[in-house]
Design a protein around this ligand. Sequence first.
Ligand code: MSP
Length: 686
Amino acid sequence: MQTKGKYYITTAIAYTSGKPHIGNTYEAILADAIARYKRCDGYDVHFQTGSDEHGQKIETRAIEAGCASPKEFVDAVSGDIRRIWDKVGTSYDRFIRTTDDDHVRQVQKMFKKFYDQGDVYKGSYKGKYCTECEAFYTDSQLNNGKCPVCGGDVHEEEEEAYFFKMSKYTDRLINYINEHPDFIQPVARKNEMMNNFLLPGVQDLCVSRSSFKWGIPVDFDPGHVVYVWLDALANYITGIGYDVDGNNSEDFNKYWPCDLHLVGKDIIRFHTIYWPIFLMALDVPLPKQIFGHPWLLQGGEKMSKSKGNVIYADDLVDIFGVDAVRYFVLHEMPFDNDGTITWELMAERFNSDLANTLGNLVNRTIAMTNKYFDGIVSNPHVDEPVDEDLKKVVTSCYKTVEEKMDGLRVADSITEIFALFKRCNKYIDETEPWILAKDEAKQDRLRTVLYNLTESIMIGAGLLYPFMPDTATRIAADLNADIRAFDSLETFGLYPDGNKVSSQPTMLFARKDLAEVLKATEEITRLQKEDYIKTQTTAIENLEKAGRSFDADKIRQNLAAIGEGAVSDEEVIDIESKPEIEYDQFASMQFQVGEVIKCEAVAKSKKLLVSQVRVGSRTLQIVSGIRKYYSPEEMVGKKVMVLVNLKPAKLAGVDSEGMLLCAEGADGELSLMVPEKKMPAGAEIA
Ligand code: MSP
């Protein structure tokens, strides 16, 4: 295939502060899918990823871990990142580390160039710093005194520092963004950057630090290290051989400007404001596009070790296999909004999409070919009108996917490919091969049907390859053919006539039992908590040894939070037993989810609240003795468990048409029973 040109794609480089979770790994998988797609589509692709290894946060983590040097610490974590990227099958061309010599040297030269040309000047910094995000903030940018991005603590910093004159370049950048509407994607992120940062005026950026040591030294002023974001952003050009003195490598000349910087939405500001300005100061062309992808959340929440809700890619791969994980994150992530992952969702998708739709299709097709024709696929062309729609869907899939991929709509592309597989399943239902098999006269029709299925699966597998390379390769091996090249995906009928499929095909996706998955994940969570408690306890000792009591306090709080969930010696209470009941007695009580839409205190009582509770399309008035534990304001909006067929009664003169269910603690404290997941008002509780 003739090359369509070059395509340079990068991910953000992950911090080596700890093992990356499935959210960080999602980005590597997404970039990999795009890189593989572009390769299949005929581009000369260069895919770069790596690890971001300097800064205050990492220096602290190294102390916490008791490492002899920060380098020892980052060597281990960077190795972990690379291992996980490899485990999920990322096909990067370079894994850059910001401690690599070639990178360090160029960053020093850049800093010197900025200084020499007057873009950088020396001053002193006084303000707020978020170590977690390695970012400076003014008071007005804070959110209730906390970091506006991660919500964590910020602290006062005062130190001698170098500053970059951002204002010198902002007008140029504004013009550039206006003239290049595709530069920042999705568009909503572009508007956010323009309105919130660029148009109000960008402040000069502090680009060196002098209060700690772990960074690239400013070679002409040894008390300073280069600000970690300047260091990290530079990886995109140093990694392909940029040289400040103009001795650029062939790769740099070939691949720069970058076609796509893929980054998370939280760091788009660094990539669309600071990075282009640094490049302008270096007189290097700007990248073509920066795409800020949404976040993958664990059941709707940010993943955090102290919450004990982190999901790691390697655990997922151990349970579901690499392609199932790739499928899940690529397919489930919306284009603009955050996506959700839970072990349950993962198992559900695995069974419905992978085991049922895809696995069954391939297995059934191969099994029927083996059963009816000793594995030989041939096409006697006994065509029928029903074949036409199948062929149309299959041969038009590449065009549709291509359009989606041009807009970086990766989830939609996979949906299209699975629509092809679903169409094949429908074709089996339409043609009923098992009925054809019973009729001697229909053998050639049956051969044609199985040929059409085999050919369709091969085209689907060719398209699937960038997203699920192992699966596509296994399907092709079982069908005893090569993965179909992209330029032959619009032609039907290329599967070799008379070819023999495998007599013992691999099981692509064996259904998962949800209970077993959950049991395994409980164990994973337990081990993670244990490990967290152990590493944090060591961290306290090591930080105290190093005289860092502030951080030690914070860790103690985290430990206390996770410890509550980890210990099992919680208080229990026993209550008096009631006589056994029949199932019918239980079934006669009707429980439903209700939503409190209005609530007020009952005038004649100190204990009672009266709530208006929406249950389906009805509204029930319910009086409950919970005033000591809930204020009327906090009741409104709550989803509660309601006994709806309790005979109406009057309490303190007010009608009550049901009962809100509560648990009662040892000291009589009441806690409303609320659904553990989001549930509509009216949902039956049984
Ligand atoms: N080191 C910086 C990036 C420097 S790039 C010059 C950094 N590292 S990170 O480890 O915190 O994040 C790496 C990438 O993962 C970022 O693009 C970040 O937005 C992304 N994600 C972090 N959490 C994520 C999710 N929960 N979901 C999806 N992406 C997530 O930022």
